[in-house]
Design a protein around this ligand. Structure first.
Ligand SMILES: *Cc1c(COP(=O)(O)O)cnc(C)c1O
Length: 367
């Protein structure tokens, strides 16, 4: 069976975790701070690590004052995590359609959904594609909105030569088990906004003022004040131990992921019944490899019988009971039925990709 996705764990992650376990301090401490410092060096600005990409998004929104009565513009074509992060603040996720060429948030549709309550726009870099950035920022500037980027799919991406996350308002990454790097579970917020960083440092530790500074040194805060609602969202040293080992391997991972995606492109480019969502991976570290096929569900079943796991990214969020709307999103609703995610992880090789493509072609041609 060719797995859709999985983590890749080497001896380095295992021995890092063992060293932390042996210290018998498992909470948030020195190891998390070291991971943050390494990430800060990479991004060239402030980073706060948390226990998931979802909590990164939630805390970012809370830190810019998004709350009950506010609206956040978000593409429906994303993981439910993005929506839950918005609704967790009490704000309303306003479903926006995607552009058919990029599958990224459509600024035209976003414009039609602006109201006096719109506080922020939350672009999702679906399948590691970031081509909407300029349009999103010019839209946000014109309409006085904050931008929180869901960059869960694109750790280590470049955008026009710059590191993704090194610029922009607030950028959130996920380190869950199958993302470009993992810390077991985990995530981080990257921004130049010092007030936002400070607020998230407190918010991840139940709002306990200044606790992050103490925990960074393995200490605790015994007398403190709490001024706002916080959450138990900090990263643990065990998670950071995994993340730090993965960060050292990210170059190797990115070369592999890119090469595998390019192999898919070469093999599928001229095959008429399957169309590619992304063709250019020069600056992209692909988290998922998505194609469009008619009869997606039957294709998935038949591929599984032939030993190939596939995925669906994603069921549109405005289809979920909690986030239903009266408005329809024509592009999302048309495209999602055709979206098929093919296996992609760093322990695959070219023969695996060729096998997947061969099986896919046979299934589609009904051979
Ligand atoms: C993975 C993911 C998240 C959430 O990250 P977790 O670390 O799993 O909480 C958010 N948005 C998108 C698009 C994702 O793929």
């Amino acid at each position: 069976m060719i797995r859709l996705s999985k983590s890749s764990i080497s001896d380095a992650e295992i021995s890092n975790v063992i060293s932390v376990l042996k210290k018998e301090y498992l909470g948030m401490g020195e190891e998390v701070r070291k991971f943050e410092i390494e990430l800060e060096k990479y991004f060239g600005r402030g980073v706060v690590c948390v226990n998931s990409g979802t909590s990164a998004l939630h805390l970012a929104l809370q830190a810019i004052g998004v709350g009950p009565g506010d609206e956040v513009l978000v593409p429906s074509l994303t993981y439910v995590a993005t929506y839950q992060a918005i609704s967790a603040t009490g704000a309303i996720p306003v479903s926006v359609d995607v552009s058919e060429d990029s599958l990224l948030i459509s600024a035209d549709d976003a414009r039609s959904k602006l109201t006096n309550n719109t506080k922020a726009i939350l672009p999702v870099f679906y399948a590691s594609n970031t081509s909407c950035i300029e349009e999103v920022y010019s839209f946000a500037e014109k309409n006085n909105l904050r931008v929180v980027e869901d960059a869960a799919h694109c750790f280590f991406n470049l955008h026009k030569g710059r590191k993704l996350g090194s610029f922009g308002d607030i950028v959130c990454f996920s380190f869950d088990g199958i993302k470009n790097i993992t810390s077991g579970e985990g995530g981080c917020v990257v921004t130049s906004d010092k007030a936002v960083l400070k607020r998230i440092q407190d918010a991840r530790l139940l709002g306990v003022e200044g606790d992050s500074d103490n925990r960074n040194q393995g200490k605790r805060t015994w007398s403190f004040d709490v001024k706002f609602q916080g959450w138990r969202y900090h990263m643990s040293d065990v998670m950071a131990a995994i993340g730090r080992a993965q960060l050292k391997r990210v170059e190797e991972f990115s070369i592999k992921r890119r090469a595998l995606a390019q192999r898919y492109v070469e093999k599928l480019l001229d095959f008429p019944k399957v169309s590619l969502v992304n063709k250019n991976f020069d600056e992209v570290v692909p988290h998922i490899f998505v194609v469009r096929v008619k009869d997606r569900d039957a294709t998935r079943d038949k591929l599984l019988e032939r030993g190939v796991q596939t995925g669906i990214h994603y069921v549109p969020n405005h289809f979920h009971s909690l986030y239903q709307t009266k408005q329809s999103l024509p592009v999302t609703e048309k495209v999602f039925r055709e979206l098929l995610t093919l296996p992609l992880h760093v322990d695959l090789n070219f023969e695996d990709i060729d096998f997947v493509v061969d099986q896919l072609k046979r299934v589609v041609l009904d051979e």
